[in-house]
Design a binder for this molecule. Structure first.
Ligand code: ADP
Length: 177
């Protein structure tokens, strides 16, 4: 496990299944309907139980770059923060929207006193965001947030595969803190 300190907070990289995380909140790479779907969202809904979909269907969806929060139900995490990443298009707008996902998710965590948060690699699955670029954008966003918000003590990136982990490892090494 790799880590880097930002003031008194820490950014950690881990490999595995985000549904097993014990941080106060886990972040879901959701779709605009906030429906279970496939990928990490399907896994989170399955592990949390049907009550999660009962909740998210009442939220009126979520726009790209925004975030909404629910309870975690059967998960170890108290909260699930649902954010909708951009579908990769190759325009400069992609990075702005991806950064916004991380910022808006962390703002919700701060507002709910969730001091530790786990993120998946948002947009890098079905939404097609190249992992190296996504790693850079997401790590910069989290570093910038932690610099201003010591109430968040720990942010974990939970990467699913070897390749994703290696991309984040390289990006974290090159991240000035
Ligand atoms: P998006 O639509 O935002 O691209 P996906 O769910 O397709 O969302 O993929 C986002 C990332 O989550 C991908 O890197 C995928 O490999 C990863 N992933 C899928 N299942 C899990 C899981 N259980 N825990 C952590 N990451 C996961």
């Amino acid at each position: 496990m790799e880590k880097k300190e930002v003031n008194k907070s820490v950014i950690e990289l881990a490999q595995g299944d985000i549904t097993q995380e014990e941080t106060a909140a886990i972040v879901n790479a959701a779709n605009k309907e906030l429906s279970p779907g496939a990928g990490v969202s399907g896994a989170i809904h399955k592990a949390a139980g049907e009550q999660l979909w009962e909740d998210t269907k009442k939220l009126g969806g979520c726009e790209t770059g925004e975030a909404k929060i629910t309870w975690g139900y059967n998960l170890r995490a108290r909260y699930v923060i649902h954010t909708v990443g951009p579908v990769y298009s190759g325009s400069p707008e992609d990075a702005k929207l991806l950064r916004s996902c991380y910022m808006e998710s962390l703002k919700l965590a701060s507002g709910h006193d969730a001091q530790s948060v786990s993120f998946p690699a948002i947009s890098t699955g079905v939404f097609g965001y190249p992992i190296d670029e996504a790693a850079k954008v997401s790590l910069q966003a989290v570093r910038d947030y932690l610099r201003e918000h010591p109430e968040i003590q720990k942010v974990r990136f939970v990467l699913f595969g070897d390749n994703d982990y290696a991309a984040y490892q390289a990006a974290l090494k090159n991240l000035p803190v």
